[in-house]
Design a protein around this ligand. Structure first.
Ligand SMILES: CC(=O)N[C@H](C=O)[C@@H](O)[C@H](O)[C@H](O)COP(=O)(O)O
Length: 231
């Protein structure tokens, strides 16, 4: 079962029912180099991914150069003045659009922010890209769609102090979004093909997987911890 929403705009239609692979290495990872993320993106495309999620201007340029797949771009910015860290300003969002990202992901949590979300959406649209609103709760999803977002993503559930804290995906949030027909992508702590399929069954328009595919350092830790529990 795929999301009943029929109004996904533009390039988002091409992602319906498909897999997007997030190619982002953590700070400190030896993989955190644009050419390595570009190779990851190519490997994901070979495997059948229909889109790529990425972070940073250098990675956006490197990945745009090697694939025609739709790109979901974002920046991760640590600012002392705000907890908003996924693409906090429209200057960053528009630059990602100018680098060829068809979709820009923006933190749409209801925390104090440097710039109103609705204003950012208008500027990204004017630059010719769509907006994915990264949310942590159902209330944030509703607000983001009212403010003009094209789709929401469950990315930030568990990463704000007031959202559900759990080790796995936020299935309950997916149920709420689907029940109210809000178009969403399932993202965050999905770690197996079964999780991905289950997300579509929960009404996701498409599925974004990161760590389980493109962070071997993180995945290694999953195995090491499992062995520790047994020994
Ligand atoms: C919370 C946050 O900053 N998430 C980031 C957003 O782009 C990425 O670090 C995640 O890898 C991505 O959301 C995919 O999730 P997972 O790696 O769990 O499959």
């Amino acid at each position: 079962m795929i999301s009943s929403d029929r109004l996904l705009p533009g390039v988002l239609q091409a992602l319906r029912g498909e897999l997007v692979v997030s190619c982002q290495a953590n700070p400190g990872s030896p993989l955190r180099r644009p050419e390595i993320m570009a190779a990851m993106a190519q490997a994901a495309e070979l495997g059948g991914a229909a889109g790529i999620r990425l972070q940073g201007f250098d990675d956006a340029a490197a990945i745009r150069a090697v694939t025609a797949l739709p790109l979901i771009g974002l920046t991760k910015t640590d600012r002392p003045d705000t907890d908003i860290y996924i693409t906090p300003t429209s200057a960053e969002a528009v630059r990602l659009a100018d680098l060829g990202c068809e979709i820009v992901a923006i933190d749409a949590t209801l925390r104090p922010r440097p710039e109103p979300f609705a204003q950012m959406v208008a500027r990204v649209h004017a630059a010719g890209a769509l907006v994915m609103a990264d949310i942590s709760t159902f209330a944030e999803a509703q607000q983001a769609m009212q403010d003009g977002a094209d789709i929401v993503s469950t990315t930030l559930s568990g990463y704000t102090p007031y959202s559900r804290q759990q080790e796995g995906p936020d299935w309950e949030l997916m149920r709420e979004l689907h029940a109210q027909q809000l178009p969403f992508s399932a993202e965050g702590r999905l770690s197996s093909p079964d999780d991905a399929a289950k997300a579509l069954a929960h009404g996701a328009a498409f599925v974004v997987i990161g760590s389980a595919i493109t962070r071997p350092d993180v995945v290694t830790g999953w195995y090491v911890n499992a062995l520790k529990k047994e020994s």
